[in-house]
Every structure is written in structure tokens, then in C-alpha cells.
Write a protein that binds this ligand. Structure first.
Ligand code: MN
Length: 331
């Protein structure tokens, strides 16, 4: 078995001002981190997590390897939060998958509510159990899964990376089969789309994973785009020695600047519990333009490039002399 196509996409969504998600799409390692904290702390936390995970090397193997990487990421975020008061209380989710193509296994580790799914034979299976308030209430029988989906506190997580000196990581290994597609996503996707819709979109793309990723983002935005949206997809295929692996595609869809980007949700967030659904009133309706970029290493949701691009967009809008409303949000 070997890794076939892979794709990563992230989008600010329609209601948040910034993208505090980060992802890694660097076979054999794939991950999503969803940062939280006031000011830019969420971006910093997710970026630190991604940077720590990217230090995986050939010695990093299996569930134990993933746990060690995530523990190191936790240590770095925690220490930064102690030394930099502006980032106190910051944290992030992380869900990471490390493929061992030779053995046909995928090790998955996670903290928080970013999810891993397996799409196989026309069906979708959620592999991770959210470390969230509503997931715990479902497990204890207080809420039904349907009630959890609509619960106002559905984004509150009970475990995060970087908010304590140590962290408990859930990790396990999946026996993969040729044709399997794995999806890792932030809650900005899974809250907006049911599993059935996710499965339909991915299977409809018929193996075109970059397209599947963009369609997932588009669908989440169509349903409101209340949070940053990130999806990483990869497939495992039979190692027949015929078809060379295509390079991973990475896409960053920056800022839907037409939305009245207010971020009442994340600015007020603190500690390990994220705020409930934001009360923003975004009005954007134009689908975000995909910006398919160089597949080389690129940190998402954490670098200055994305902010610069968003600023350029805003400036461009001003120059064109578009709607007066833009003046009020451009600074
Ligand atoms: Mn989120």
C-alpha cells in the first residue's frame, strides 16, 4: 500500500476575522490544529503545534510516535504561554495521522474536537471521539447525538493542547485498505456539515481530493461558515508500482472580506473552553476564491502571508471604490 492523492484546504469562513486553524499535509504526516485564545494567541498555539509536528522524522512511528509529537507540542505551547503574558491561556486542538505505508496502518492521535474520519466502501466512520462537553453528555446519556448537534455549547472542548503542563492524548492505529480515504477536519467543518453530507461530497469527487476539499469548504460556508474551516484528505491505494503519487495539493482560501468580519466569539475566549456559536451578523454571499498554491511547506492560519493577502484584498476593494461599508472594516 502507498499514499495516493492528498489535499489540504483551510478557509476563514464567513464570520471570523482571522483563521486560527493550521494544517499539515506532508505525507506521511497529516494534521489539523484549531487554535483558541484572545488576540492572536489562537494562531500562535495552532502554529506552534504544527511546527512541533513537522519535526516528525523517519524515527517517528505509530501511535507512540504521534503521542510523543503531540506531547512535545503541548510542552512548547505551555511554556510559551508562561513566558508571554499576551498568550496566557492559549490552546489548540490537534488531530494528527501518521501513515505507515509498508504495514498499511494509520496511527491517529488527537486532543480536542478536531476529527478524523474514514471513508470506505461508500460509508463514513468517525474515528475520533471529541473531547467536548456535548460528547461527554452524549456518552453519559444526558443528550442524544441529535441534541448535541444543536447544543449551544457544542464548541466547548474539555481537553486542549497547551493549557496544562501535560496533556492526555488519545491515540490508536487503523488497519487501512486500498481505496480508503481519511479526512481530518476542524469543527468549522463538522459542526456545519452532517457526516452524510461530508460523505456525499467526498465520494462525489471520485478521488479528486483537492476538489473534495474545496467542495467541503464551499458547503460549510453555504451553511453559514460560522467558524474557520479546515479539511485535510488523503487516500491509500494499492502499491501496484504503476501510478506515481501526485504531489499533495494545498489550498488556502483567504478571508471572505465581504463578510462583516467581527469576531466576537474568539476574542472573548479563554482557557480550554471555547465560546458558544458566535453572534456575528455576516452578510457575505460570494463564494471564496480558491488560491491553489505551491505544495511546498506552508504554514496555514499562522503566518503573516495570509494576513498580508487579506490586507491586500481589503486595500484592493478600497481602491476600486466599492461599497462604503468596506471603509469601516478595513482598519
Ligand atoms: Mn474551530
Amino acid at each position: 500500500m502507498r499514499i495516493g492523492r492528498a489535499a489540504g484546504v483551510t478557509d476563514t469562513g464567513r464570520k471570523r476575522l482571522r483563521n486560527e486553524d493550521a494544517f499539515i499535509c506532508e505525507p506521511p504526516l497529516f494534521a489539523v490544529a484549531d487554535g483558541m485564545g484572545g488576540a492572536r494567541a489562537g494562531e500562535i498555539a495552532a502554529g506552534l503545534a504544527a511546527a512541533a509536528l513537522e519535526e516528525a522524522d523517519a524515527e517517528t512511528r505509530g501511535a507512540e510516535g504521534i503521542v510523543a509529537l503531540i506531547a512535545e507540542a503541548n510542552r512548547r505551547i505551555w511554556e510559551r504561554s508562561l513566558s508571554d503574558p499576551a498568550t496566557a491561556g492559549m490552546g489548540t486542538t490537534v488531530t494528527a495521522a501518521l501513515v505507515d505505508a509498508a504495514s498499511g496502518t494509520v496511527a491517529i492521535g488527537h486532543v480536542g474536537d478536531s476529527r478524523a474520519y474514514l471513508l470506505r466502501d461508500g460509508a463514513i466512520e468517525q474515528l475520533t471521539v471529541d473531547h467536548s462537553l456535548v460528547a461527554e453528555l452524549v456518552q453519559s446519556g444526558v443528550l442524544t447525538p441529535e441534541e448535541a448537534e444543536r447544543h449551544p455549547q457544542r464548541s466547548a472542548i474539555t481537553r486542549a493542547l497547551g493549557t496544562e503542563p501535560t496533556v492526555e492524548v488519545d491515540a490508536f492505529t487503523i488497519e487501512a485498505a486500498p481505496g480508503d480515504v481519511f479526512l481530518i477536519c476542524s469543527d468549522g467543518l463538522s459542526v456545519m456539515l452532517s457526516d452524510e453530507v461530508v460523505a456525499e461530497i467526498v465520494f462525489s469527487a471520485d478521488g479528486d481530493l483537492p476538489r473534495a476539499g474545496e467542495e467541503l469548504v464551499r458547503a460549510a460556508n453555504t451553511r453559514g461558515g460560522e467558524d474557520n474551516i479546515t479539511a485535510v484528505l488523503f487516500e491509500l491505494v494499492a502499491d501496484d508500482g504503476v501510478e506515481p503519487a501526485e504531489p499533495a495539493a494545498e489550498t488556502e482560501v483567504e478571508g471572505d472580506v465581504e463578510a462583516e468580519a467581527q469576531e466576537s466569539g474568539s476574542e472573548a475566549e479563554a482557557g480550554a473552553i471555547r465560546g458558544a456559536a458566535s453572534t456575528d451578523t455576516a452578510s457575505g454571499s460570494t463564494p471564496p476564491d480558491a488560491d491553489v498554491s505551491d505544495p511546498s511547506l506552508r504554514r496555514h492560519g499562522a503566518g503573516p502571508g495570509g494576513r498580508a493577502a487579506a490586507l491586500l484584498l481589503i486595500v484592493g476593494v478600497l481602491v476600486v471604490g466599492a461599497l462604503v461599508v468596506y471603509w469601516s472594516i478595513s482598519r
